[in-house]
Ligand binder design. Structure first.
Ligand code: 5AD
Ligand code: SF4
Length: 449
């Protein structure tokens, strides 16, 4: 599962999106076309939903290939250097297509747009419009809508009427982790009022949404009008048939929330809680604000509250100054917490962050070895834990309908990804026995009834 870019998406379940209408080659002559490419996290996927709404409202048909598009929008990620390299590759390709007259305009939005580097990219690649994360609404003007500041703000729900929807409950981040560019490009934390979130979810559910994912950089830091995240989660769990949330910060994660995950039927028993390192020395250097022991205690509460639930995390290997001893501590924590899956990242220096200027660079080959060691341990945990699910009967939420091979991808209430032979529609449930398991995914026997 690992790749040389230093990330390993170990068994995360892609959130199902209704594919954009395929208009390739079939758009009526004279109609405007736009292509949106999304890089990075679920926040970006959600922002792209908003962008999609804007371009559709202004009469663009969405196409999937650059060469069919009048306007190409790259909604980007800046969190690691390889994300920027990927976008540069796309920008180079777009420049070529523009010279050939096959693409007219290129817009760059998202986190790269909010970074200083965007200015030089704008010049190098002749980008027509660069927007950060706070002024995406200006795209509305660019595509010919009247100024839409009020309409296209973070309050706007992304995807109505689909079986699964993201709901942003907060934007930005008030932490200053040594390695992280997010606070620079996304700004300080802003939380939406509880009532606004609840009524958005009610509208989505009335429109056919069966699964709501609450989104934010540190969702569990949400607070508003004297209420805390757990209050919001409980309120949502009353109105949505299925709820999950991501991503959380260990310092904000309350035991009350962990217990609510276990107790409330509508909350998926899946916790993503980035730990980053198992070494107290590194956690301090990273300004994470907790020690490994406190993290372990949180996990104990979760495991007790949501038995059989799934736990995932983010880990950075090779942060400046990371010694062999620090790495051993991470391996130990991975074993103790028995993560079901993890995103493992090789440290990537981001200009403007504290860690980019720290001494103690870890040599590439050492980073690679540590990366693989962490990966192996996570996969071993995942495999062992998945094996325990074999033989159990599960209610499976279909996230992606079956493809040509007849296999649909679903999710159990414990948050496990399952492949199941079923023609059931996305957003519905099937019941099936788990027949086998790999390190990342479960395989169901043919569903009953
Ligand atoms: N290098 C490597 N990984 C990083 N992350 C954030 N910034 C960096 C960086 N500079 C990882 C963290 C975070 C996840 C979203 O990306 O693990 O939790
Ligand atoms: Fe970045 Fe730390 Fe904020 Fe997460 S909590 S977005 S890692 S600064």
């Amino acid at each position: 599962m690992s790749n040389s870019k230093g990330t390993t998406p170990v068994a995360p379940i892609p959130i199902s999106r209704k594919p954009a209408p395929q208009t390739t080659g079939q758009t009526p002559p004279g109609s405007k076309t736009a292509c949106i490419r999304t890089f990075g996290c679920q926040m970006n996927v959600h922002d792209s939903d908003r962008i999609r709404r804007m371009i559709q409202d202004s009469g663009y048909a969405e196409v999937q290939r650059y060469e069919d598009a009048d306007l190409v929008i790259l909604n980007t990620c800046y969190v690691r250097e390889n994300a920027v390299d990927r976008v540069k590759g796309h920008l180079g390709e777009l420049n070529r297509l523009r010279r050939e007259g096959r693409v007219k305009k290129v817009a760059l939005t998202g986190c790269i747009g909010a970074a200083e580097e965007a200015r030089s990219l704008e010049r190098t690649y002749n980008i027509d419009l660069v927007l950060g994360t706070h002024n995406t609404y200006e795209l509305a003007e660019f595509v010919g809508l009247p100024t839409m500041r009020e309409t296209y703000t973070p309050e706007l729900p992304g995807t109505e009427g689909e079986h699964s929807a993201f709901v942003t409950i907060m934007t930005g981040c008030n932490y200053q982790c040594s390695y992280c560019i997010v606070p620079t490009v996304r700004g300080r934390m802003m939380c939406r009022p509880l009532d606004a979130v609840v009524s958005e979810v009610e509208n989505l559910v009335a429109g056919g949404t069966n699964y709501v994912t609450l989104l934010g950089q540190t969702v569990d830091a949400w607070r508003h009008g004297g209420k805390r995240f757990c209050d919001l989660l409980e309120a949502i769990s009353e109105v949505a048939p299925r709820v999950w949330f991501t991503t959380s910060h260990p310092s904000n994660m309350e035991d009350r929330t962990l217990r609510a995950i276990g107790e409330r039927d509508t909350i998926v028993k899946r916790l993503h809680l980035p730990v980053q390192s198992g070494s107290d020395r590194m956690l301090k250097l990273m300004h994470r604000g907790y020690k490994a022991e406190r993290y372990r205690r949180k996990i104990e509460v979760f495991r007790e509250a949501a038995q059989g639930g799934t736990l995932s995390t983010d880990i950075i290997v090779g942060h400046p100054g990371e010694t062999e001893e620090d790495h051993e501590q991470t391996l130990k924590l991975v074993k103790d917490c028995a993560f079901d899956s993890a995103y493992i990242f090789k440290f990537s220096p981001r200009r403007g962050t504290e860690a980019a200027g720290l001494p103690g660079t870890v040599p590439d080959r050492v980073v690679q070895r540590r990366f693989l060691e962490v990966l192996r341990r996570v996969e071993q945990n995942g495999f062992e834990r998945n094996q325990r699910k074999v033989g159990g009967v599960e209610e499976i939420y279909i996230r992606h309908g079956s493809t040509d091979d007849g296999k649909a991808i679903g999710e159990t209430w414990s948050g496990h990804a399952v492949h199941v032979n079923s023609g059931a529609d996305p957003g519905t449930y099937v019941t099936a026995t788990i027949g086998s398991a790999g390190p990342h995914v479960l395989y169901a026997r043919d569903p009953s009834g």
